[in-house]
Design a protein around this ligand. Structure first.
Ligand SMILES: Nc1ncnc2c1ncn2[C@@H]1O[C@H](COP(=O)(O)OP(=O)(O)OP(=O)(O)O)[C@@H](O)[C@H]1O
Ligand SMILES: [Mg+2]
Length: 296
């Protein structure tokens, strides 16, 4: 896991990253990237390369098969290391801190962002590593030989696509919709501002009506930009003194999605059900949905 990456990250040198990149590139064409491919890419002598492979395997950054030929695949930790390396080189982040959240399909860390100008301050930010496709990857390890041909791609591909999708929609919505500012993304990793306040699910609101109203107006603003969150609940909403912020966007849909109406209604239902359960506030789902659609 990432704790492993943080530990191993420091000892990785440019040559290790070159080997990892060679495997990453090779995985476009091979289920198991043959040693010769990595050798062609890195131009490292066979012995030195074998040494690198051995250490990378020991640190769980890559996995190997020896049949029908010697070949390598990148493991999640190796992919995390590649993304981190790129983000550090670009100057987006300079350090990674504590784990602050684990979702069904991600792991979220605090990180430190370099100042824009050399004189500025370091700011804490969030780095979210997408983990879509992870279950099937665990199976890869366990039942490698039973695997359908394209499954080995699924986790890299799914996780990367999902991070890109989330970054792009956040760029589109920010700042009109109240969300953490998107900062950068690479591979399956997304860097964004820390959401303000605390999770709605874990907060006792003193003025719940006001916050409910704020949430509905953010759903309306999102809708007016042609987007439905589609996974809204008290676990994806932050609340702070002056408002709310929505997080967790990869499953958003546009208004022309065949289930758009249903998904909007489900978002509204989730929010209203929470406010009813916890604060005894009752509002009619259909009324709220019509108000959102009419822009009022
Ligand atoms: N920008 C942020 N600021 C602060 N905390 C965050 C931020 N983004 C994510 N988190 C924390 O990480 C957790 C998981 O993030 P997120 O909901 O985006 O991931 P997920 O894997 O899609 O979750 P889910 O389990 O809802 O599918 C959140 O519940 C929250 O506690
Ligand atoms: Mg979530």
């Amino acid at each position: 896991m990432i704790a492993n990456v943080i530990r191993t990250f420091k000892k990785l040198d440019n040559k290790d990253f070159r080997v990892l990149t060679g495997i990453e590139l090779g995985m476009k064409n091979f289920e198991w990237v043959p040693v010769e491919e990595v050798q062609k890419f890195t131009k490292y002598p066979y012995g030195a390369l074998q040494n690198k492979f051995r250490l990378l395997m020991k640190d769980n950054l890559v996995i190997r098969t020896i049949l029908p030929y010697e070949g390598y695949q990148i493991y999640f930790d190796g992919y995390d290391a590649l993304a981190l390396n790129t983000l550090v080189k670009r100057g987006t982040i300079s350090a990674i801190g504590d784990e602050i959240g684990v979702g069904k399909e991600s792991v979220v860390y605090e990180a430190i962002k370099e100042p824009e100008l050399a004189m500025g301050k370091m700011t804490p930010v969030i780095i979210k590593f997408h983990r879509e496709g992870r279950t099937s990857f665990t199976q890869v390890k366990r039942i490698r030989e039973h695997l359908a041909d394209k499954e080995h791609f699924s986790w890299i591909y799914a996780a990367r696509l999902s991070a890109k999708r989330e970054y792009e929609i956040m760029e589109m919505l920010y700042p009109e919709v109240s969300i953490p500012k998107p900062i950068d993304h690479n591979r399956h990793a997304l860097v964004m501002a820390i959401a303000k306040g605390s999770l709605l699910a874990k907060t006792r609101l003193l003025k719940p009506e006001w916050f409910l109203h704020e949430i509905i107006s953010q759903i309306r603003m999102t809708y007016s930009l042609g987007v439905i969150h589609a996974d809204l609940s008290e676990y994806n909403i932050f609340v702070y003194e002056c408002g709310v912020q929505f997080i967790d966007w990869p499953q958003y849909v546009n208004l022309d999605h065949p289930q758009a109406d249903e998904l909007l209604k489900r978002d509204v239902f989730n929010v209203l059900a929470f406010f009813k359960r916890k604060y005894g506030i009752e509002m009619d789902v259909d009324d709220v949905v019509s108000g959102i659609k009419d822009g009022i």
